[in-house]
Design a protein around this ligand. Structure first.
Ligand SMILES: Cc1ncc(COP(=O)(O)O)c(C=O)c1O
Length: 358
């Protein structure tokens, strides 16, 4: 009965499914495997003990957090907007710019929320395929052609790209920005694992907004904190659709504390990069792994001869992200870099499966 009242375009729409599974090693969602250090935890516990911090509404403008982020990136706080995860900012940006029937250009394979959120906002996703024969590189000329053909209202670029791990070099981004004049969402969710960012170019290109998150390198996935950095004009546009009191005060305080203790987190990032290098080498030695894609993120995409391996690992309570049999990611599995112990446990399990095949 209710169905006939649902928006027609949503009637067959499947809600995003993120099932909760039992695990001992969770390396399926690109989270940070390390625990927060004592000093950070003590600070946030002290904060929680002051009830005044919780019984009041949060600061709608996320002032302290924006000041801290702005200082870290050497921009002004007017260049920063915070969101409930970068997921919320993806939605806010699309809500700000697209009208029903407008087109949005985006890579595939990439982060699924670009397409889902475009559809929820009644836009039309126009996808460009990353070049699989060349390890998923961005096809620059093709993107320019599609931009000219479709005149999209927004363009998504993700670097390092999730799940393929490749980056889009800055000079290629600038080649695109010579042509693309509509809002460009530069998703740098995994930007802490590489050294290049477009943040220092926000004044040169006032149509870009760089998205960052505390969910990956900074271990706050459970608190849902993301932010965008852009020209003031862009930030003011996006703020129009941000709901009041959107980001809870605990998340704001914890994220601020993380930036204030950034050295600690940078050392985790170094460990994760070391782990990624080790995993890259070890995965390449396993006979049923056909391809290990080079990655600049905290995850590695591999292609295996049989996608059932994801299921077998799950039986051993090791959660990885499998992509099924079909499409550009057919027989591919994405593995998040874990702690040293977690990485060893994964490789041991994968080698056991290799022996059982002999
Ligand atoms: C490329 C990319 N962008 C954005 C997000 C969303 O991050 P958040 O947790 O900040 O919403 C993810 C999460 O997996 C991601 O992979």
């Amino acid at each position: 009965m209710i169905n006939e009242y649902i928006r027609k375009d949503l009637r067959d729409f499947k809600p995003y499914d993120a099932p909760v599974k039992e695990y001992e090693v969770k390396i399926d969602a690109n989270e940070n495997p390390y625990v927060h250090n004592k000093e950070v935890v003590n600070k946030v516990v002290d904060w929680l003990q002051d009830c005044n911090n919780i019984r009041r509404y949060p600061d709608s403008n996320c002032t302290d957090l924006r000041v801290t982020i702005a200082k870290y990136w050497n921009v002004s706080m007017e260049n920063v907007v915070c969101g409930v995860g970068s997921d919320q900012l993806i939605d806010s940006i699309l809500r700000t710019f697209i009208e029903p029937g407008d087109k949005v250009l985006m890579p595939t394979p990439s982060f699924s929320m670009y397409k889902i959120t475009t559809k929820l906002n009644r836009g039309i996703p126009i996808e460009f395929s990353l070049n699989n024969e060349e390890e998923f590189y961005y096809p620059i000329e093709k993107i320019i052609d599609l931009y000219k053909e479709h005149s999209p209202k927004c363009v998504f670029l993700c670097t390092p790209n999730n799940p393929t791990g490749n980056i889009l070099p800055i000079n290629d981004i600038e080649r695109l920005l010579e042509v693309i004049k509509c809002p460009v969402i530069m998703d740098e969710a995994y930007g802490e694992f590489v050294s290049n960012t477009m943040i220092d170019k926000i004044n040169k290109y006032n149509n870009i907004i760089v998205l960052k998150t505390f969910s990956k390198a900074y271990g706050l996935a459970g608190l849902r904190v993301g932010y965008g950095i852009a020209s003031e004009e862009m930030i003011n546009a996006v703020k129009k659709v941000i709901p009041p009191y959107h980001l809870n005060s605990f998340s704001q305080f914890f994220a601020q504390t993380v930036i204030e203790n950034i050295d600690e987190y940078e050392s985790y990032v170094k460990e994760i990069i070391k782990g990624r290098q080790w995993l890259y080498k070890e995965l390449g030695l396993i006979s049923y792994v056909e391809k290990v894609y080079p990655s600049e993120g905290n995850y590695i995409l591999i292609k295996v001869t049989n996608e059932q391996i994801a299921y077998l690992l799950e039986q051993e309570k090791i959660l990885v992200r499998g992509y099924g049999k079909e499409g550009a990611l057919g027989n591919c599995i994405r593995i998040t870099v874990g702690t040293k112990e977690e990485n060893i446990r994964l490789i041991e399990a994968m080698k056991r499966y290799e022996r059982s095949l002999v």
